[in-house]
Design a protein around this ligand. Structure first.
Ligand code: BJW
Length: 225
């Protein structure tokens, strides 16, 4: 059986990584246009670096939760027929033991050079004056993430996996951001069964063939095991 799993911020919430939308969400204290668009970065790169520096620092203090571990067990059981796609930029799936993860919105622990295109590990604070270790350029590094208006990564691979899928499962995402929010319809139109696991109803709940509501750390292990 071919399975595609899409995860969002909700799967990492119980690890202590804040979600984006809702009370206490990341967008509550920030204007999305300022910190999550290429225009915002051009306007005030230092503000954007500080937003990601704080999140990077926090990420290094948190741990995967039972939902991440359960998906790693599932990947071992399914031996290659699971495609795990995440919108999250944290590395909690990898630390939870998942062997292969498609980060469609990038990775917080990487930076990218806007001059040479090089992608490198980044566990430290970034600033305007950072120097690219690959090309030596100054003031040309940015977080390796996908902002609004930019093309998400791995879309060809995800599209093929959705086309082949017998089951599509969405975990912990509000279903408000495209193209990820449209994956359920793509999978369903290819004949897949669709399941949503989320704390509450999402913008896409009515499109799924089955929905279960509750915290990911309980729902996901119960579904996997
Ligand atoms: C729990 C829980 C617990 C809590 N247990 N659950 C079509 C229509 C309209 C607009 C567009 C469209 N196509 C494109 C657009 C424009 C735009 C877009 O979608 N805008 C919308 C706002 C309308 N999209 C783009 O610009 C994208 N690029 C693009 O489309 O390129 C062109 C293209 C064309 C054709 C084909 C393909 C591409 C890029 C989007 C980039 C998004 N970037 C961000 C930031 C990444 C870096 C960073 O992290 O800072 O990605 S925005 C932010 O939202 C982040 C997330 O990955 C993403 C989704 O958020 P998520 O994960 O769903 O989090 P929340 O907070 O919204 O929801 C959490 C959920 O968890 C909630 O439901 C809770 O209930 C639940 N929860 N605790 C279980 N314990």
């Amino acid at each position: 059986m071919n399975m595609v799993i899409l995860t969002g911020a909700g799967i990492s919430a119980e690890s202590g990584v804040p979600v984006f939308r809702g009370d206490d969400g990341l967008w509550e204290g920030h204007r999305v246009e300022d910190v999550a668009t290429p225009e915002g970065f051009r306007r005030d790169p230092q503000l954007v670096h500080e937003f990601y520096n704080k999140r990077r620092e926090k990420l290094l203090t948190v741990e995967p939760n039972p939902a991440h571990h359960a998906l790693a067990r599932l990947a071992r059981d399914l031996k290659g027929s699971l495609t795990l796609v995440t919108q999250n930029i944290d590395d909690l799936h990898e630390r939870g033991g998942s062997p292969e993860v498609l980060h469609m919105h990038g990775e917080l622990l990487k930076s990218r050079c806007t001059q040479c295109g090089g992608v490198m590990e980044c566990r430290e604070d970034m600033s305007r004056a950072s120097i690219c270790p690959a090309c030596g350029g100054i003031d040309c590094l940015r977080p390796h993430v996908v902002w609004f208006g930019e093309m998400p990564f791995h879309l060809d691979e995800v599209g093929s996996a959705l086309h082949r899928a017998d089951l599509f499962v969405s975990i912990g995402t509000s279903g408000r951001v495209y193209p990820a929010a449209g994956f359920v319809e793509l999978a369903a139109s290819s004949g897949a069964r669709t399941l949503e696991l989320n704390l509450e109803e999402s913008a896409a709940t009515e499109v799924f063939s089955e929905c279960r509501q509750g915290p990911a750390s309980e729902l996901v292990p119960a579904w996997v095991d």
